[in-house]
Write a protein that binds this ligand. Structure first.
Ligand code: 13P
Ligand code: SF4
Length: 306
């Protein structure tokens, strides 16, 4: 079957089976083309909350599919590949977070959305990279226990000096590998290019950037800029998407190894199996987890849209 034939079959079957397809922007171009909605984590959460279809297919990683299930417990939610997880979402166990909360009484616990549903049950609010500064800035309290990404946490803390942040160890293994040496090398190779990075990069890398933002933040910055060359410091699918959508501009990866293998697990044939209702994994969560984790996501949507 050709890519075109597969896409046509997916479009036919998703309509026939009433499936709404959400795809994170790290997915490949052939998947983005057959999705009903594409975006960063915050936009996907909002779209999930509004989706009318009874079955939602999330092409992305597990925490994203869990977020859809938490927001729409009555719907059938399918994760595109059962092994697609985000390593950062597994870094902290429930017991460890409970102990941390005891160490920092009076602190509001803020979770990056890249956490398991279980962890969200004992957090006050969650945030995404595009909504974090706005949401935490709108919170009443001063003291924030931010989990699990100290790089994103450091970036937010810099924007909000009026708040007191407690950060813990961890972070995205893909973005954390990028070093200041990568920046120096790429700046030397492409002296006219702007450097755009995701806040999951280490603070010393983000500090060297011309722009720091979420995946879709980086995309719209590059699209709207009158500059012609860009070094991209996030998952390398974004380099491809930008080059595809903006053939008159040039895009270079900040690091050749910034590839998220979990996001790459989903392929077009996999999506075809899902719309045939024979692939992926249906997400199920205990009722209590759904109820408690929802508070933290609802609070994100409330403060994000205030
Ligand atoms: P965004 O919220 O920017 O889509 O980021 C999600 C993610 O996993 C980045 O690595
Ligand atoms: Fe998780 Fe990093 Fe992959 Fe994003 S890029 S899904 S944070 S491992």
């Amino acid at each position: 079957m050709t890519t075109y034939d597969m896409q046509r079959e997916i479009l036919k079957l998703k309509k026939q089976n009433g499936i709404y397809i959400l795809a994170h922007v790290y997915q490949s171009q052939d998947i983005l083309e057959i999705a009903d909605f594409t975006g960063d984590s915050f936009a996907l959460s909002e779209a999930a909350a509004k989706a009318a279809a009874q079955t939602v297919l999330m092409c992305g990683v597990r925490f994203m599919a869990e977020t859809v299930k938490i927001l729409s417990p009555g719907k059938k939610v399918i994760l595109s590949h059962r092994e697609a997880g985000c390593p950062m979402a597994q870094q902290l166990k429930l017991e460890e977070l409970s102990r941390l909360k005891e160490l920092y009484p009076g602190y509001a616990t803020v979770a990056y959305i890249n956490t398991s549903a279980e962890l969200k049950t004992i957090c006050d609010v969650c945030v995404t990279s595009s909504s974090a500064v706005k949401i935490i800035g709108r919170m009443k309290g001063k003291d924030i226990l931010f989990i699990p990404d100290p790089n994103l946490g450091a970036y937010i803390a810099k924007q909000l000096p009026q708040k007191n942040f407690k950060l813990i160890g961890g972070g995205c293994p893909v973005h954390s590998h990028i070093t200041t040496r990568d920046v120096e090398q790429k700046r030397a190779a492409y002296p006219n290019a702007l450097l755009l990075v995701h806040p999951e990069c280490r603070p010393e890398v983000s500090e060297m950037a011309d722009f720091v933002g979420s995946t879709t933040g980086i995309i719209s910055y590059a699209q709207n800029s009158d500059k012609r060359e860009f070094i991209i410091g996030t998952e390398n699918s974004i380099v491809q998407h930008l080059q595809f959508g903006n053939p008159d501009k040039r895009f270079y990866p900040l690091s050749n190894s910034c590839n998220c293998c979990d996001m790459r697990l989903t392929t077009l044939p996999e999506v075809l199996s899902c719309v045939r209702l024979s692939g992926g994994e249906e997400i199920t969560l205990p009722g209590e987890t759904l109820k408690k984790a929802r508070r933290c996501i609802d609070e994100m949507l409330r403060l994000g849209n205030e």
